[in-house]
Design a protein. Structure first.
Length: 76
């Protein structure tokens, strides 16, 4: 798992255990990391071991929604 963990975010990477029996191109986590990073966030993956699943944590910065400037005044 050590090598898989360091290579997890590489483009086209497929782990040995799933490369032969799970379809896909190995781009999903790479695309997710590119998107999250481009938006100033962080992404991490955690697993307790083989057969235990994986948790992916995404943190994005919060920003105040911008409101359009409204003109207040006379309609005439």
């Amino acid at each position: 798992m050590g090598e898989e963990r360091t290579r997890l975010w590489e483009r086209f990477f497929r782990g040995e255990r799933h490369a032969s029996n799970v379809s896909g191109s190995g781009l999903g986590l790479w695309i997710a990391k590119a998107f999250v990073t481009a938006n100033g966030g962080e992404i991490e993956a955690f697993s307790e071991g083989a057969g235990r699943g994986t948790i992916v944590s995404i943190r994005l910065p919060a920003s105040e929604a911008q409101k359009p400037d409204l003109m207040v005044g006379d309609d005439g």
